[in-house]
Ligand binder design. Structure first.
Ligand code: DGY
Length: 322
């Protein structure tokens, strides 16, 4: 008999197909975000032993406390897990897994896409073309800033931060980073470590964020820290919106202290602050860091591998704690 699984988020077709072939799977998600109550109803109705979610499903204490003991694992198809109340899950003996590694390159690519697009005014150029162009630009008009040779500051030098650094080296950039701990030389690959973010910021012509959302990183980019960046700096965020005080960012983009920003993540998703959409010097994407066919399939498969392992009595590959 197959194990019973509830898939509570929209997943790529290949992942759904595999879930259906390997498990007795109930796909509970429609086109809109599923509520905690709907997740619970699906789990109860299907007598599920496992739950597959993404970051759009809030696995909070209220929901976890109602999940029957029969459910042994909740696998999130994401590297971030700020949508999950980890202490509540631990107290409930619910194994939780995420999907690190498989999304590193796709997310680093998107971060670099935001760096290039923000620095080279891609949004404005694209808008001009869609409006028909039909006017001459002088040699001094609509100038962006060069990425090649700039100093890139990386906040959070985990796998994704390091993959961005790898790309930056191809662009002749100097890489500086701030992290809880200094990396060994083989992982630093020549990047300069700053134990203090405040001391690193004045050196950053471009700053890219790759730290998880936590009490420590909450609004770590704010009026004070933005003011430490050199005038004309660029900020890129593909981690979590919670790292940035959005009022302070908007003010700095309007005042010209910042040249531009590239943003994939926001405080309130999908209902992000529409003031960003009115700023010409912001390049925006709707939380798509891992959104390639290859990566989204790999993430879903990894989540299913974790579920299969736990339901077969083996250890999970990517447990959030051991
Ligand atoms: C992740 O994997 O954490 C992505 O940001 C999607 O939520």
């Amino acid at each position: 008999m197959q194990h019973r699984l509830v898939v509570a988020s929209l997943m790529p077709p290949a992942v759904i197909d595999r879930a259906r072939s390997e498990f007795d799977a109930l796909v509970a998600q429609g086109p809109d975000d599923i509520t905690g109550e709907e997740v619970l109803q699906a789990v109860l109705a299907h007598q599920a032993e496992a739950l597959l979610i993404t970051s759009t499903v809030k696995l909070n204490k209220a929901l976890i406390d109602k999940i029957p003991d029969r459910v042994r694992i909740a696998a999130t198809s994401s590297v971030g897990f700020d949508h999950i109340d980890v202490p509540a899950a631990r107290a409930h003996d619910l194994i939780v897994t995420n999907t690190p590694e498989v999304l590193t390159n796709a997310t680093a690519d998107l971060a670099f896409m935001l760096i290039l697009n923000a620095c080279r005014r891609a949004h404005e150029y694209d808008a001009i073309m869609r409006q028909g162009w039909r006017r001459r630009f002088g040699q001094g008009d609509m100038l962006g800033i060069e990425v090649f040779g700039k100093t890139l500051g990386i906040l959070g030098m985990g796998r994704i931060g390091r993959a961005v650094a790898q790309r930056a080296r191809g662009f002749g950039m100097k890489v500086v980073y701030s992290n809880r701990t200094q990396l060994p030389p083989e992982l630093e690959q020549g990047a300069q470590y700053f134990s203090s973010l405040h001391e690193m910021l004045p050196a950053c012509q471009i700053l890219t964020l790759h730290a998880p959302a936590s009490a420590h990183t909450q609004a770590i980019i704010n009026k004070e820290t933005i003011s430490l960046l050199p005038k004309g700096a660029v900020i890129v965020n593909t981690s979590r919106g919670a790292l940035i005080n959005e009022d302070a960012l908007i003010e700095a983009l309007q005042s010209g202290h910042l040249f531009a920003a590239g943003l994939d993540v926001f405080h309130n998703e999908p209902n992000y602050d529409l003031r960003f959409s009115t700023l010409p010097n912001v390049f925006l994407t709707p939380h798509m860091g891992s959104a390639t066919v290859e990566t989204r399939n790999a993430m879903g498969f990894r989540a299913l591998d974790n579920i299969a392992a736990v339901l077969a009595g083996r250890p999970a590959m990517d447990p959030l704690w051991t």
